[in-house]
Design a protein around this ligand. Structure first.
Ligand code: ACO
Length: 421
């Protein structure tokens, strides 16, 4: 296979075929408009490859997810989140020396300017944490003027998310901030800054720290999803890494994307509180006259199962067991999953639980407030955004992202005087 033929008004046009390392096939239509005058129309971009990438591979039909070739199942079991950060952002798993160096830098750059805290304190306490997070990343640019593509920006963002997430929590709870500790890894530092006592030595529960680390690994990257594409899009205008990450946070906050983990828990809680039982919610999700969707179900890419959901389902059991908890919401989640998986509507559309279906149960067991769930997603995903942003900026085919459209509005007309409108 070397070319694809497009026939337009009886004329044939040839376009090169591009093959990926996993035999994925793409038609390179970069010259389509130039040679035919037509553009591709693909609302929602479900058939559009926006770039060539060597970061993450997904096979949605078979439930496969790999970061730079390594299966997510192996990464979740065998390495730390810092190793995954190194893998995504610097391209390979680190040796011991590189890992120690990265850990030290992630603590060094986790200290944020006092002015950033003042900006945080200007927000109403009841504001949503994702709105605060996006604004604070924008504010980074005012405190840390950027040179463009520097490693300092990268480290500041990778480390900064940990402190910002923890400080947003502390501010909302009316608690004093806790500084990062140089003796702790990323996940333990998050727990220390979030739940530690000001001035006291860290007291970290290893089971909880391990569960957080696994969640961060599972959320770290997912190729060209809505927030990663947003981050690339903004960066393609040569906007700074900070501005691009702030935009990525905004995209992630939506309930059809990262915001779904909060929505799942709210849905389970509504069922628990008797605002409809499992069967009623399933029926409502199938009712085409209602806009309600079963939160935590369905995925643009996974049409078989979400491998992350599979890992988290097992992890939810482990975490609850080791913390000695028995969460009735987990039973409701299991029942909902069972009912939906057997229902023809969901089977036909291949709608399976996604990563957000079980993550909320674990966050809840770890006493993370529901509103903070999407921030937890961002805590992992920032590493993926940074990797995607860098790859885009270093791509020899780099161009500003600027899609076309098919205009369907009015043809040319004259402005009528106001009395005639
Ligand atoms: N509940 C009920 N019906 C659904 C659901 C759902 N959760 N998801 C999709 N459908 C139905 C649609 O109504 C549509 O039905 P139709 O063919 O009869 O019109 C069909 O399944 C296909 O749905 P699309 O919207 O075309 O699928 P798309 O790929 O655009 O959307 C999405 C994917 C946004 C994830 C969707 O499944 C959804 O809204 N899920 C709920 C929100 C959610 O859990 N989001 C988290 C995604 S994972 C992540 O971001 C980390």
């Amino acid at each position: 296979m070397s070319n694809a033929k497009v026939t337009l008004d009886g004329t044939d046009h040839q376009f090169p075929i591009v093959e990926g390392s996993e035999n994925e096939v793409g038609i390179d239509i970069a010259k389509l408009r130039g040679s035919t005058g037509a553009v591709m129309l693909d609302p929602g971009y479900g058939n559009t490859g926006s770039c060539q990438s060597s970061i993450t591979y997904i096979d949605g039909e078979n439930g496969v997810l790999r970061y730079r070739g390594y299966p997510i199942e192996e990464l979740a079991e065998q390495v730390s989140f810092e190793e995954v950060i190194h893998l995504l952002v610097w391209g390979e798993l680190p040796n011991e020396e590189r890992l120690e160096d990265l850990k030290a830098k992630l603590t060094e750059y986790a200290v944020v300017d006092e002015g950033i805290k003042k900006i945080l304190e200007g927000f109403p306490r009841h504001a949503h944490p994702m709105a605060m997070l996006s604004s604070l990343f924008s504010a980074y640019e005012t405190y840390y003027p950027t040179t463009g593509d520097s490693e300092e920006d990268v480290l500041r963002v990778l480390a900064g998310i940990n402190t910002l997430a923890a400080y947003i929590y502390r501010y909302k709870e009316g608690l004093p901030y806790v500084y990062p500790s140089k003796d702790l890894d990323f996940s333990s530092n998050f727990l220390h800054m979030t739940y530690g006592s000001h001035g006291a030595d860290p007291d970290i529960d290893e089971v909880v720290a391990k569960a957080i680390d696994k969640l961060l690994i599972l959320h770290a990257d997912h190729e060209q999803n809505c927030s990663a594409s947003t981050t690339r899009m903004v960066g393609s205008a040569k906007a700074s890494l900070y501005a691009s990450i702030a935009a990525g946070v905004g995209a992630l906050s939506g309930p059809l994307h990262g915001g779904a983990n909060q929505a799942v828990l709210e849905m389970l809680r509504n069922i628990q509180e008797g605002e409809g039982d499992v069967a009623e919610y399933v029926e409502l999700a199938k009712d085409k006259s209602s806009s309600f969707r079963l939160m935590g179900f369905g995925h643009r890419v996974y049409k078989n199962f979400d491998p992350r959901a599979k890992i988290l389902k097992a992890s939810a059991d482990d975490v609850l067991d080791s913390l000695g908890l028995d969460d009735p919401l987990l039973d409701i989640a299991r029942e909902l999953e069972q009912v939906a998986l057997e229902d023809e509507f969901f089977v036909k559309r291949r709608l399976y639980p996604n990563v957000d279906f079980y993550s909320g149960i674990i966050y809840r067991a770890l006493e993370i407030p529901t509103e903070m769930f999407t921030v937890m997603f961002a805590l992992g995903r920032v590493s993926g955004w940074v990797a995607q942003w860098q790859e885009m900026r270093n791509d020899p085919a780099f161009r500003i992202h600027r899609p076309r459209q098919i205009y369907i509005g009015e043809n040319e007309r004259s402005v009528p005087p106001i009395s005639e409108r």
